[in-house]
Write a protein that binds this ligand. Structure first.
Ligand code: ADP
Ligand code: MG
Length: 327
């Protein structure tokens, strides 16, 4: 049974960066305003996330790592309206099957924090009290220690760290009201954004001044198709080597091949060969029109009226680029 659980868990948690994405989403669901991430050896030795959110009650320590335990979904019907990130109750359970997991947490109702270690979905011992601030610290150590093949299939720690940094950067830009810090253990911060910043300021801090200086606003909405789009795109006077596409739909980091391709195609008529844009778009769609990710590793998203919405966005974008090229 443990082996089966481990295989299932390995499908949910494929590499350090996607474990971290799940953990960041939990911190955001818990209404944190400050999130600090510490990484050792590309996240394989240690992946730690500390937040100042609502915390986990002592009584809930017993169940948070059981599969399909979630505090976020009341009825199956809710699945279409979920506004929290988590709803499957799979992340912590999965992590506990493929790593050494330690949770330390304090709610505002408790006088002290509690700490517990988990393995294979179960508490190893009753939570023990200790001093601490409100919020949660999740430490994931020795990821895939019990899955040799998976561990060897991963890239180098440097590449895994790159993927971590990429996903943290995107969440940090999008969640401008939340402060994010990412650091390698014992080193200076690689990503740092303050609480209550702006999207543009965060782009500047994370992706650099030159991108930030070439940003054009991208705001549009359409009542008939029930969507709103906000964000920034780089003007035609600027390009990056690799297409940077930060796409959030209803606050979830997703990918849309159709949108990605159409946007890059528009830029190709303006940018030098091998030049690409930086794009940050936050799309709000009627939740009933979006196919929610039913699997944690599926980022490709589809939505109702996709072709029309993509067309309207690309047309607006083209207009903006024309404006920016003539000014
Ligand atoms: P889900 O997010 O789908 O509910 P998870 O396995 O990711 O499932 O988390 C299980 C439960 O643990 C959550 O529903 C939540 O109650 C609790 N939890 C996890 N992380 C945090 C956190 N950082 N702060 C507060 N509660 C948390
Ligand atoms: Mg979750």
């Amino acid at each position: 049974q443990d082996v089966i659980n481990r295989i299932a868990a390995g499908e949910v948690i494929q590499r350090p960066a996607n474990a971290l994405k799940e953990l960041m989403e939990n911190s955001l669901d818990a209404k944190s305003t400050n999130i600090v991430i510490t990484v050792k050896n590309g996240g394989l030795k240690l992946l730690q996330i500390q937040d100042n959110g609502t915390g986990i009650r002592k009584d809930d320590f017993e169940i948070v790592c059981e599969r399909f335990t979630t505090s976020k979904l009341q009825e199956f019907e809710d699945l279409h309206k979920v506004c929290t990130y988590g709803f499957r109750g799979e992340a912590l359970a999965s992590i506990s099957h493929v790593a050494h997991l330690t949770i330390t947490s304090k709610t505002n109702k408790d006088v002290c924090a509690y700490q517990a270690e988990y393995s294979d979905g179960k508490l190893k011992a009753p939570p023990k009290p200790l001093a601490g601030n409100q919020g949660t610290i999740i430490a994931v150590e020795d990821l895939f220690y019990n899955m040799n093949v998976r561990r060897h299939a991963l890239r180098s720690p440097a590449e895994e760290y790159q993927k971590i940094s990429d996903v943290v950067s995107k969440y940090a830009v999008h969640n401008a009201n939340v402060g994010f810090t990412l650091k390698k253990h014992g080193c200076n911060c690689d990503v740092k954004t303050p609480i209550n910043s702006s999207h543009k300021e965060n782009i500047r801090m994370i992706y650099g001044n030159s991108i930030a200086q070439h940003l054009v606003d991208m705001n549009l909405s359409n009542d008939t198709l029930q969507f709103k789009c906000k964000g920034y795109i780089t003007s035609v006077n600027y390009s990056v080597k690799k297409f940077q596409f930060l796409l959030f739909i209803n606050n979830r980091l997703v990918d849309s091949q159709s949108l990605r391709k159409c946007i890059d195609a528009v830029y190709q008529t303006y940018l030098p060969k091998n030049g690409h844009p930086f794009i940050y778009l936050s799309l709000d769609l009627n939740p009933n029109n979006v196919d929610v990710n039913v699997h944690p590793t599926k980022h490709e998203v589809h939505f109702l009226n996709e072709n029309q919405i993509v067309e309207i966005i690309t047309n607006t974008l083209e207009g903006k680029l024309l404006e920016s090229s003539s000014s």
